[in-house]
Unconditional design. Structure first.
Length: 167
């Protein structure tokens, strides 16, 4: 079977406008989805939960790696990052009770920030020709379906990640 080509960065930027940001929060997922589920904002354990924090740490590591290797592309990648964040915020923040005056312990505010980070990382990977890591692809696939992949349900021995925790 031939490999499906990765979308261009232009295709990806256009897709940001069509993503049904957070439109399926609390709705069922397929039984074989392989995720742990949240059914309300209040069930989100917060940013200090190890499995939740791990998603952010891993995304930060990827961002740092991409930018450290950017060389002369750094300014271009920074501009792309900011454009992606602006597009996500423009479309996503009005879909949920996002509050710019809240901090990382407010689930809806964190959801929008994580959506922007996830989209930003996908965009940077596409622009630099770097493969999108499988875990980032999985996270992005949940946003594209209207959910929030809020972190990992658990962090086991040796740093083994549990299933995504999806709202």
């Amino acid at each position: 079977m031939p490999e499906v080509p990765a979308p261009t960065i232009g295709d990806f930027l256009a897709q940001l406008e069509a993503v049904p940001w957070f439109s399926n929060l609390g709705r069922p997922t397929p039984p074989d989805a392989g995720v742990a589920r949240l059914s309300a904002w209040e069930q989100w354990p917060g940013p200090e939960e190890p499995g939740i924090g791990q998603l952010s740490f891993r995304q930060q590591e990827l961002y740092d790696r991409i930018m450290a290797e950017a060389g002369q592309q750094r300014a271009e990648l920074t501009a792309l990052w900011e454009a992606i964040h602006a597009a996500v915020f423009r479309r996503a923040k009005s879909r949920i009770p996002y509050d710019p005056n809240q901090d990382a312990w407010h689930g809806p505010t964190t959801a929008v920030w994580q959506a922007a980070w996830t989209a930003g990382l996908v965009g940077l990977c596409l622009r630099t020709g770097r493969p999108v890591p499988p875990e980032l692809r999985e996270q992005w696939s949940w946003y594209v379906r209207g959910y929030w992949p809020s972190g990992y349900a658990s962090l086991g021995p040796n740093g083994r990640l549990g299933p995504l925790l999806v709202y």
